[in-house]
Design a protein around this ligand. Structure first.
Ligand SMILES: Nc1ncnc2c1ncn2[C@@H]1O[C@H](COP(=O)(O)OP(=O)(O)OP(=O)(O)O)[C@@H](O)[C@H]1O
Ligand SMILES: Nc1nc2c(c(=O)[nH]1)N[C@H]1C(S)=C(S)[C@@H](COP(=O)(O)O)O[C@H]1N2
Length: 161
């Protein structure tokens, strides 16, 4: 078993959750799926659909975890800008993870193609944008769970295949 810790931070991007209009169900859904994959959840954060807040949270937690996932704000609505706030933080893209999530999602929800989420690496940390709905979170993590872990092991120097 690899010695690499599997610490994950979950960032919920939602104006309405941030304002308390409704309870965050997507963040807890991500936590549950990640725990099943063997991750320790080191942070759960809620931020509005504001680029500085999203970018700051990514910068903070990418230095303290091997995986940071965001949920929400990946769509085409005017305030959906999570991908745009994520790109400046990434050093290397891992586009296949986002592509696989969209392809897998399309079997459940044809509108999965409208998630503009990105995925990539900052140092040894893998960052992945998930869609905002709890259903989208679960479906997406189910589709890429093991791929995430392999990517993290490689990024952290465990290159055994
Ligand atoms: N964190 C969340 N918890 C529970 N439900 C959510 C969450 N994010 C999204 N959803 C559900 O998915 C739907 C579409 O996602 P959308 O991105 O519009 O929500 P949102 O990010 O909370 O929106 P906004 O940022 O405008 O408040 C929402 O109407 C809601 O039903
Ligand atoms: N697997 C999966 N992906 C999904 C969905 C879903 O239900 N399941 N919802 C789609 C919808 S309806 C939208 S609008 C986009 C963007 O959602 P977001 O803006 O909440 O991130 O995610 C898409 N991706």
């Amino acid at each position: 078993m690899s010695e690499i810790p599997l610490r994950a931070a979950v960032i919920t991007v939602s104006d309405r959750v941030h304002r308390g209009v409704y309870e965050d169900k997507s963040g807890p859904a991500a936590q549950a799926s990640l725990k099943e994959l063997g991750f320790e959840i080191v942070a759960t954060v809620v931020v509005p659909d504001e680029a500085p807040a999203i970018t700051d949270a990514l910068l903070t937690w990418s230095s303290k975890a091997e995986l940071v996932v965001t949920t929400g704000g990946t769509g085409c609505a005017p305030r959906d800008l999570t991908p745009e706030a994520t790109m400046p933080v990434l050093e290397r893209l891992v586009p296949g993870i986002a592509e696989k999530m969209r392809i897998a999602g399309s079997t459940f929800e044809p509108r999965s193609w409208l998630s503009r989420g990105v995925s990539g690496l900052r140092g040894r940390c893998l960052i992945v944008n998930l869609p905002g709905s709890p259903k989208g979170v679960i479906e997406s993590l189910d589709a890429v769970g093991m791929v995430l872990i392999h990517a993290i092991r490689l990024a952290n120097g465990d290159t055994a295949h």
